[in-house]
Every structure is written in structure tokens, then in C-alpha cells.
Design a protein around this ligand. Structure first.
Ligand SMILES: NC(=O)c1ccc[n+]([C@@H]2O[C@H](COP(=O)([O-])OP(=O)(O)OC[C@H]3O[C@@H](n4cnc5c(N)ncnc54)[C@H](O)[C@@H]3O)[C@@H](O)[C@H]2O)c1
Length: 405
């Protein structure tokens, strides 16, 4: 790190490109200014993808194996943005080579592998974090501030959904997202985010019940080309079975309040709808990912004949925005790509030893990644037993918001 931080991204797919762009903007776009950040390599087994992404986002080179990145002396920090079942081998190899690792969510495709990764993180000399991107979403962080400051007060009830529609067409091609155990479908893909957000606001989940998993489209055509992210490509007339859930729902009992969570990848018209409402002692707040630069806020105090939800446009007075956008002025708007930027900033600052600007926690630990997967596994267990209640092992939340095993 003598001449700054060398950065690489493994996986040049849908989310890998968001990481690649985030490191690019964050090295210049934030105050306090980070040490020099060198954009070194994009790694992807598909050389065409890694080469294209390296050129597009201004990285020095591309690689086709994670081992080349692990062995490179000029790389300090690596994002791992590949299929969940591939996380463990790559992350453990990178940690063994002393790299700081930001691994995408969910931590892995099985709880056993996630636990193995957390063990590797405990003994590593470098930093290992999970990319629960919504932790760095200004509107969600602001609602958490309002809960914790007492303005909204303690949460009583959370209602959240993460609806997507990438699989609602029966001709949407087979990809890694449709393979794995019950609960590794929509529940792991977007339910991991929603469960994380719910706990971010309501505290630890004590138990889940009413688990329900459903596969609406049971087989999918094989693609004739590479499927990147949620892309629809030309398909063959050969089909394979879908192994996991298109839809999942459950109830949760949190440290503070109770809630209902519902996720889908077959919700036509909702490409990316993380929407929640949180009801608290002194009011309520609503967030909709499709309008991420605002929240809706209801405070019970005031003139009760005129009271109601009001729109709050987010600006430099809200988390991450001041010093976090090139033009950090009111009402300029921002989106999900910026949240990847705030996440990259938090990770690079932690690696560089810069104090957190805000009092909010940094990126999630691998122990939090394991906890998140325990929660998802409990939902699958509840679903398998007809909806019975399943307790979640407790975790320790430290004063800085980090979680230990
Ligand atoms: N935080 C978020 O909001 C968010 C959004 C989307 C995806 N994700 C997560 O990001 C990860 C990747 O998802 P995606 O949608 O970008 O996948 P994707 O299928 O679009 O891209 C994966 C890429 O990995 C490459 N690849 C496959 N095996 C590899 C290997 N061994 N080494 C290097 N590259 C390899 C593929 O060629 C492909 O380009 C998943 O864990 C997913 O859950 C997170």
C-alpha cells in the first residue's frame, strides 16, 4: 500500500460493474480524501467480459483467474462479485494471500460454507466485509437515525417487500440463480437484502414463522448464450428444472417489534422494488427504492387534524451525501449505483484506517453474513415444517454497530 491502494474486482457481471464503477468514482468523489486508489484489474473467467469492463471503467488490466489476482503484489483490495456458490473458494484464497475482501451478499450458498468463510475471516490479517449495499442507502440510514434518536422512537411493526420480475417470463433462461437448495432463490437473492434492512432498523430477529417458499415456474429453457445478471438471451428448446424459490414470505419477531416480509422474482412490473414501511412509537416512515432520493415521514406529534405522511427530499444534511457526491447540493437526486459508491468509500476508508465520518456502522462483517444466512435457513426450515416458528441464534452487536460471533 506504499503508493496507495490497488483495487481489483472479480466478476464483470451485473453487480461487478457496479463495484468497478464505485471504486472509480469514490477515489476522487468523497471527503475526507482517500489515499491514492489504483484501479488495477477486473477478473472474470470470460476474458471478453473482463477486458471490456477493464477498458470501460479504466482499470490497468484484466485477468481470467482469481489466483492471478491473489498472487498480484500491486493489488490490496478485492471485491468478489460472482455466483454465491463460488464465493468461498475465492474469498478464502484471497484472504490467505493477505487481500482485503468485500464479498457480495449472500455470503455463500450454504450455511456451512458461510461459517467456513467467517472462520477464515477471524484468522485473516486483512479485512473481510459483506456487501449489504442497502446499509449504505442514505434514506434507510436516515430512518435508522430517526429511530435511534427517539424522533420516531422504538419500532413496533415492520412491513417490507422486495419484489423483482426478472423471472416472471417462462422463457427467462436458466442461470446460476435458479440452482441450489430451497431458500437459495428469491429468498437468498433479494430476501437477504430485505432481512438485513429489517434488522438494521428493528434489531435482531428472535424467531421467524409462517415460512412459505414457492416455485411458480418449475423449469426453464437453457440459454444459447451467456446470461449476465437478469438478462434475457435466446434460448434452446431444452429445459432444466428450477431448484429453488420464485417467491418467499415469512413473519419475524424482532428485538423491537414484529414484521412481515415478502420477496419475489416473478412480480411483473417490479424490476427492483424494495419497499418498506416501519411503524414506531412516535410515527412511521416509508422507503421505496424506486425513489431513493426521498423518504416519507409521519410524526404523530403536531396538529392532528392536518397531520399525515410528508415527503422528505434527501440532501447534504442526510447520511453519506455531504462530501459524497460531486455536486452535494439539495435535491440533485441519486440512485442505487451511488449506494455502491458509499459502500466502496466505507470499505476503502476502513482499509486505509480513516475514521468513519458518520456515526453509522461500516460495511457488514462476515459474522453478520453468517447471521443473515442463519435467518434465511430458518425461513426455509419454517417453510419445510408447514410454517412453524424457528428461533434464530443470538448474536452480539458491538457499540460501533459491528456484529461479533
Ligand atoms: N448488492 C447488490 O445489490 C447485488 C446486486 C446484484 C447481484 N449481487 C450479488 O453479486 C454476485 C454476482 O451477481 P451478478 O448478478 O453480478 O452475476 P452475473 O451472473 O451477472 O455475473 C457473474 C460473473 O462472474 C463470472 N464468473 C463466473 N465464474 C467465475 C470465476 N470462477 N472467477 C471469476 N469470474 C467468474 C461470470 O463470467 C460473470 O461475468 C452475487 O453474489 C449476487 O448475489 C448483489
Amino acid at each position: 500500500m506504499a503508493d496507495g491502494l490497488g483495487v481489483a474486482v472479480i466478476g464483470a457481471g451485473m453487480a461487478g460493474r457496479a463495484h468497478a464503477a464505485a471504486y472509480r468514482t469514490r477515489r476522487h468523489c468523497t471527503t475526507p480524501v482517500l489515499p491514492p486508489v489504483r484501479l488495477v484489474s477486473i477478473g472474470d473467467v470470460n476474458a471478453e467480459f473482463s477486458s471490456l469492463a477493464a477498458r470501460r471503467f479504466g482499470y490497468e488490466r484484466n485477468d481470467t483467474s482469481w489466483q492471478a489476482i491473489a498472487a498480484a503484489d500491486d493489488i490490496d483490495v478485492v471485491s468478489v462479485v460472482i455466483a454465491n456458490s463460488l464465493h468461498r473458494e475465492v474469498v478464502e484464497g484471497l484472504l490467505a494471500a493477505g487481500k482485503h475482501v468485500l464479498c457480495e451478499k449472500p455470503l455463500s450458498d450454504t450455511l456451512d460454507d458461510a461459517r467456513g468463510m467467517a472462520d477464515a475471516a477471524h484468522t485473516a490479517t486483512s479485512i473481510a466485509r459483506v456487501g449489504f449495499t442497502y446499509r449504505r442507502t442514505p434514506g434507510i440510514a436516515y430512518i435508522r437515525d430517526l429511530v435511534r434518536s427517539g424522533e420516531l422512537g422504538k419500532v413496533l411493526h415492520f412491513s417490507g417487500r422486495y419484489w423483482t420480475d426478472y423471472a416472471c417470463s417462462p422463457t427467462a433462461p436458466m442461470s446460476w440463480r435458479f440452482k441450489g437448495n430451497p431458500g437459495s432463490g428469491a429468498l437468498a437473492d433479494v430476501g437477504s437484502h430485505l432481512a438485513y434492512v429489517a434488522e438494521f432498523l428493528c434489531g435482531q430477529t428472535l424467531s421467524v414463522s409462517g415460512g412459505r417458499l414457492s416455485t411458480a415456474i418449475t423449469q426453464r429453457p437453457l440459454p444459447l448464450g451467456h446470461v449476465m445478471g437478469h438478462d434475457h438471451v435466446a434460448v434452446s428448446d431444452e429445459y432444466e428444472a428450477v431448484e429453488n424459490d420464485d417467491y418467499a414470505a415469512f413473519s419475524a419477531e424482532f428485538e423491537n417489534g414484529v414484521g412481515g416480509l415478502e420477496v419475489s422474482r416473478v412480480a411483473a412490473g417490479h424490476a427492483n422494488s424494495l419497499i418498506f414501511e416501519v411503524f414506531c412509537e412516535n410515527g412511521a416512515a416509508r422507503f421505496d427504492q424506486r425513489r431513493p432520493a426521498e423518504i416519507e415521514l409521519f410524526l404523530s406529534s403536531g396538529n392532528t387534524t392536518e397531520n399525515g405522511y410528508r415527503q422528505v427530499i434527501l440532501g447534504p444534511g442526510h447520511p453519506y451525501l455531504s462530501g459524497g457526491l460531486a455536486m452535494d447540493a439539495p435535491s440533485v437526486g441519486f440512485g442505487q449505483n451511488d449506494a455502491f459508491g458509499y459502500q466502496a468509500r466505507a470499505f476503502l476508508e476502513e482499509v486505509a484506517g480513516i475514521d468513519e465520518v458518520s456515526s453509522l456502522p461500516r460495511c457488514a462483517t462476515f459474522d453478520e453474513g453468517v447471521h443473515n444466512m442463519q435467518l434465511l435457513a430458518a425461513v426455509a426450515q419454517s417453510a419445510a415444517s408447514g410454517g412453524s416458528a424457528v428461533a434464530i441464534p443470538s448474536r452480539t452487536v458491538l457499540s460501533n454497530g459491528m456484529v461479533s460471533a
